[in-house]
Design a protein around this ligand. Structure first.
Ligand code: FES
Length: 336
């Protein structure tokens, strides 16, 4: 067992030999920022001030060799070899919400496009379940693997969890969801997870950038804001390849009709002149750059494929967005 001290907060916690720094912190109720929990997104990056760690496998775009050499680490895959003193990018209390392992029952399945299924999971009636709009769950599969999906509903809609599941080519679990698992199947999840959630203490206007099923957590955040009658301006940019991929388009249109602070800008990247689309075309992050020459007064919430999220961050910060005003959740696919 090794002890970790977070220098900038004074918190300490113990890490068992089988645990990563992040797993132990979550178990101790200490909120380090994180996203994928498998070394792919870089959200959990922090600095080791003293002590040594060994890393499990991770992706080079999440932590470069140069960063590693200066003492940076990915806490989701770093295992201490001795006691540590670390520094973290941020530590925020998520209203005392700790993740738990729960059984859930598939309540309904609705296929909305060729490759998007909306799943409703019923939570145990005896357990209360709290989460922040935008967080995610992980399915705990029988073979020990985990699969992460964002929660698409808002916290006030209790008793169930809505997920938007895209069929991944060669993805065993998503193929099962589409073709096998019937309604009433019981699955196990760990939830809620992740530090991609709506920061409600700010009143800055929000630009939301959602690629594909990255719409799910953004939907949860917007429905949460509507429930709370938030007047913060929200500009929702949704990027999809084809017109047919724009599931729940009517819902987004409806939001704008009764909430004048919400704007909705769908952007199609791979359409053709024959598809009848009258709206914006191109890449979704570019639409934001075209519309806002100065992003310094905004907060951005971005969710989608890692390439889109990385490009958005890089280009938006060049256009004035402060680093700390960019919140993201990149879909990552856990190594098989
Ligand atoms: S790299 Fe650690 S949470 Fe994504």
């Amino acid at each position: 067992m090794h002890r970790v001290l977070i220098e900038n907060s004074g918190h300490t916690f113990d890490v068992r030999p089988s645990q990563t720094v992040l797993e132990a912190a979550i178990q101790a109720g200490i909120n380090l920022p994180y996203g994928c929990r498998n070394g792919a997104c870089g959200a959990c990056k922090g600095k080791i001030l003293t002590g040594k760690v060994v890393h499990d496998d991770y992706q080079g775009n999440a932590l470069s060799d140069a960063e590693l050499a200066t003492g940076m680490a990915l806490f989701c895959c770093a295992r201490p070899l001795e006691d540590l003193v670390i520094e973290c990018r941020q530590i925020e209390a998520i209203q005392g919400i700790k993740p738990r392992i729960l059984p859930v029952r598939i309540q309904s399945k609705e296929q909305l496009t060729d490759d998007v299924m909306v799943l409703q999971l019923q939570l145990p009636a005896t357990e209360s379940f709290s989460f922040m709009a935008g967080q995610y769950i992980e399915f705990l599969l029988k073979d020990g693997r985990r699969r992460a999906f964002s929660i698409a509903n808002a916290p006030h809609e209790s008793g169930f969890i809505e997920l938007h599941i895209r069929l991944i080519e060669g993805g065993h679990f998503t193929a099962q969801v589409f073709n096998e698992l019937p309604v009433k199947t019981i699955l196990r999840i760990e939830a809620p997870l992740g530090s991609f959630y709506l920061r409600e203490q700010s009143d800055k206007p929000i630009i939301m950038v959602a690629g594909g099923t990255g719409f799910a957590p953004v939907k949860g955040m917007i429905e949460h804001m509507i429930f709370n009658q938030s007047q913060r301006p929200v500009m929702l940019y949704r990027g999809v390849r084809h017109v047919n991929d724009l599931y729940m388009d009517a819902l987004c249109q409806r939001w704008t009709q009764f909430m004048p602070n919400i704007q909705y800008i769908p952007v199609i990247s791979n359409g053709s002149d024959q598809d009848g689309w009258q709206g914006r075309r191109g890449l979704v992050h570019q639409a934001v750059l075209d519309d806002y020459a100065d992003l310094s007064g905004f907060e951005v919430y971005a969710c989608g494929a890692p390439g889109m999220v990385d490009t958005a961050k890089e280009t938006f910060t060049k256009q004035g967005l402060p680093d700390e005003a960019f919140y993201s959740d990149a879909f990552t696919f856990a190594p098989q």
